[in-house]
Design a protein around this ligand. Structure first.
Ligand SMILES: NC(=O)C1=CN([C@@H]2O[C@H](COP(=O)(O)OP(=O)(O)OC[C@H]3O[C@@H](n4cnc5c(N)ncnc54)[C@H](O)[C@@H]3O)[C@@H](O)[C@H]2O)C=CC1
Ligand SMILES: NCC(=O)COP(=O)(O)O
Length: 348
């Protein structure tokens, strides 16, 4: 994939690094399927880190005889991509699809760790992560709540500055609070958190999605956005003051919006992204509207990271029925965002 500025030669994005995700889940078979459909989908070159045998076995479950080319340097990926799926390194695992094991979680963690290193070195244009089972990673000592926070640590930034956005053809949403129990959410909602995440969202949508100013709709927490304080006071005491401060800075923010109606078709034209108060408020609408093309993209990182919106889907892994739509969308979006990073930033 190339980025072009008028009058200048096109800048090429290096190949994208794929981390396998849990090898017992659907990740490997969907990356194999994406490679098969690379021309039709217009995907940029990519390579996986480890898991050559896992990828071949996963492909076989879909009737694909996957040609794999082992490479020892990321720079070798582009030359082989047309004829084979490039795989960097020899790490692998024996796997039974649908049955996660510690050895598979270890391969997933190796793949993720090495893929991030390669992207940070500049030898890959972006990372596309396969889905992991957080509980299985925790069993082998993974200390972060998810891959988003792992990437923040790897990039040397605060967890709160790596912002999860779900993006599909119909909608973009950002959960303000993410992998925490619902009971903890009200105490975590602060003016500072809303303002900080909204600024990161506005800046990242400008830099990586060429949207400026991004129109950010901010939801309430309570039914009917609190109904003037009769159903909760977070909107009055915290969310509305944060919105006023952000608007005073020049951000295109609106709200607090009642979340129940915000995602209806006639409302969605009015904003570019919804900043939601908790995980399911943000992820239910996107998975309902755009499950098969939904991308989880981490905003605020020095590198580009995308992932399909779904999880490991152990119950259907290895059955040849999982859809590759979200994986293909994640690879495509990673290539597009990486290409935009090579261009001058559009003005605010
Ligand atoms: N980015 C990531 O690494 C993510 C990881 N997860 C992890 O995945 C595991 C399972 O989580 P769940 O909540 O069950 O979510 P899930 O997305 O794995 O499955 C939810 C439902 O969607 C179906 N599904 C998922 N992907 C599909 C596909 N490509 N095609 C067709 N159907 C598909 C599944 O069969 C299941 O019915 C958890 O351990 C969770 O931590 C969940 C979401 C994202
Ligand atoms: N529900 C979204 C999700 O679990 C993605 O988590 P992450 O591993 O990308 O941080």
């Amino acid at each position: 994939m190339a980025a072009t500025t008028e009058g200048a030669p096109p800048l090429a994005v290096p190949p994208l690094a794929i981390s396998l995700g849990d090898p017992a889940g659907v990740g490997p078979e969907l990356f194999a399927q994406a490679w098969v459909g690379r021309h039709e989908a217009g995907l940029p070159p990519f390579f996986a880190v480890g898991g050559a045998e896992v990828l071949k076995a996963a492909a076989r479950t879909r009737g694909i005889d996957l040609p794999v080319a082992r490479i020892s340097l990321p720079e070798e990926a582009e030359a082989v991509f047309a004829r084979a799926f490039p795989v960097l390194g020899d790490e692998d695992a024996a796997v039974t699809f649908g049955r996660p094991e510690p050895a598979g979680a270890a391969l997933a963690l190796h793949s993720l760790t090495r893929a991030v290193e390669v992207v940070l070195s500049g030898k890959a244009g972006a990372i596309v992560t396969g889905p992991v089972a957080k509980s299985k990673l925790a069993e082998i000592g993974f200390s972060q709540p998810g891959q988003t926070e792992f990437l923040a640590d790897a990039c040397g930034i605060a967890h709160g500055d790596a912002v999860m956005m779900l993006a599909g053809p119909n909608l973009r949403t950002v959960p303000l609070t993410v992998h925490v129990a619902l009971a903890q959410v009200p105490a975590l909602i602060t003016r500072a958190l809303i303002e900080r995440k909204a600024r990161i969202v506005a800046q990242a949508l400008r830099r990586d999605f060429a949207l400026s100013p991004a129109r950010i709709a901010i939801t309430g927490l309570n039914p009917h956005a609190g109904e003037d304080g009769r159903m909760g006071r977070e909107e009055i005491e915290t969310i509305a003051p944060a919105i006023a401060a952000l608007a005073a800075e020049g951000l295109a923010v609106t709200g607090p919006h009642p979340a129940d109606a915000l995602f209806a078709a006639h409302e969605r034209d009015g904003f570019d992204v919804a900043l939601c108060m908790y995980h399911d408020q943000a992820l239910v609408p996107i998975k309902t509207l755009d499950f098969d093309a939904g991308v989880n993209v981490t905003l605020g990182l020095p590198i580009i990271r995308t992932s399909p919106d779904h999880g490991t889907a152990f119950s259907i892994a290895g059955q040849g029925v999982a859809s590759a739509g979200a994986t293909i969308a994640a690879i495509r979006m990673a290539g597009e965002c990486a290409a935009r990073r090579l261009l001058p930033e559009i003005s605010a």
